[in-house]
Write a protein that binds this ligand. Structure first.
Ligand SMILES: NC(=O)c1ccc[n+]([C@@H]2O[C@H](COP(=O)([O-])OP(=O)(O)OC[C@H]3O[C@@H](n4cnc5c(N)ncnc54)[C@H](O)[C@@H]3O)[C@@H](O)[C@H]2O)c1
Length: 337
């Protein structure tokens, strides 16, 4: 693409305004917003005012698809799948926020539809933690350890959602599908060996809408991943640790720093990465690099095909398996007294 990428910003709510727009504006690219779309006109108006996009609509149906090259889609899961399917079919590159669809089945349909169009059409899913500097660094430094059977631990805690959201019936399922999906995606990225079994356990707690769960993922090559996830903590937490077969331990704490905790079993404490204090969240959250990656792909300068719809699909399948243990069938379904 030789001209500047013409972007549609679709869904102008919290994620678009707070987490994507600030970084989109800093991304080194020739991209420019040409239209904002949201049925909530006030939301669309706010984003239009910040970006200076010349057009604003309440529905994707009103878009002149010939006037855009790419779209940033940050809407609830159901319209997300519909919009991505429609735009990709018309040859428009899409950055789609996770989970990218309301169910595994719907994600499968969209992934298949996307694969039927030209490979030149880029579809990226917003699993931003794969781009977070500390997590990416941990992934790099543990590459040799992860090439062998290993043990990985991922902690992912965030306060929201703590109530049913977007037609999902329970708080725990909403949380797993909206936020826990990040942890499942990291698990499949850190250990590429297929996951053969998922066992999930919820710690008993007083508040039915606040929970902590421990999920065990058993990989085909003998690796094991433990996820500790939930919405019971007072603040957002993401940590990841890789235990190598030789007793070495690498850890990324709080998206801040990466350490070699033990080297072949011997305490080390060597710092392998630390964040610059004035990063302003660009690389810490991963939102900046992931958008930059997408915009460069749209401009034809580079393209790494992940995370894409297939990753969203497999992460959704893992959510389904964990939820089988975490949301037991209702009394009526199970036939218990
Ligand atoms: N990557 C992350 O860490 C992260 C964080 C938060 C949210 N998200 C994702 O971003 C998406 C949006 O979340 P949010 O917190 O901004 O929700 P939100 O409710 O604040 O915003 C969603 C916006 O989409 C609009 N919308 C609904 N249907 C639409 C349609 N058909 N066309 C255009 N606009 C439509 C709504 O009016 C609303 O303004 C979700 O998929 C969510 O999972 C990702």
């Amino acid at each position: 693409m030789t001209h500047s990428t013409r972007l549609a910003l679709i869904g102008c709510g919290k994620q678009m305004r707070k987490n994507l727009l600030p970084f989109l504006r800093r991304a080194e690219s020739e991209a420019r917003a040409v239209v904002c779309v949201d049925p909530d006109t006030e939301q669309a108006r706010r984003v239009q005012a910040v970006t200076g996009a010349p057009h604003r609509y309440t529905s994707v149906a009103d878009l002149d698809l010939g006037s855009i090259d790419a779209a940033i889609v940050a809407v609830p899961p159901e319209p997300s799948a519909d919009i991505a399917e429609k735009l990709v079919h018309k040859g428009i590159h899409c950055f789609v926020e996770k989970p990218a669809g309301p169910s595994t089945e719907r994600l499968r349909q969209v992934a298949v539809a996307a694969e039927e169009v030209s490979a030149d059409v880029r579809v990226q899913v917003g699993f931003n933690f794969r781009y977070a500097d500390a997590i990416r660094r941990l992934h790099e430094v543990s590459a040799a350890a992860r090439a062998q059977p290993c043990s990985v631990e991922i902690e992912f805690f965030s306060r929201h959602p703590s109530a049913p959201q977007w037609k999902v019936p329970t708080a725990i399922e909403s949380w797993i599908r909206q936020n826990g999906v990040h942890a499942f995606d990291l698990a499949q990225w850190f250990v590429a060996s297929p996951i053969e079994r998922v066992v999930a356990h919820e710690l008993p707690g007083a508040d039915p809408d606040r929970f902590m769960a421990i999920v065990g993922l058993y990989h085909a090559n003998g690796s094991h991943t433990t996820l500790r996830v939930g919405n019971q903590t007072k603040r957002f937490v993401v940590n990841a640790t890789v235990h190598a077969a030789d007793g070495s331990v690498y850890t990324a704490q709080s998206l801040e720093r990466v350490e070699l905790v033990r080297d072949g079993g011997i305490p080390s404490g060597a710092r392998l990465f630390a964040h610059k204090p004035l990063d302003h969240g660009w690389g810490r959250s991963g939102f900046g690099p992931e958008l930059q990656e997408f915009l460069q792909a749209c401009a034809g300068t580079s393209w790494k095909p992940t995370p894409g719809l297939r990753d969203a699909l497999s992460a959704s399948m893992l959510c389904d398996l964990a939820l089988e243990d975490l949301t037991p069938p209702s009394t009526a379904d199970s036939g218990t007294m």
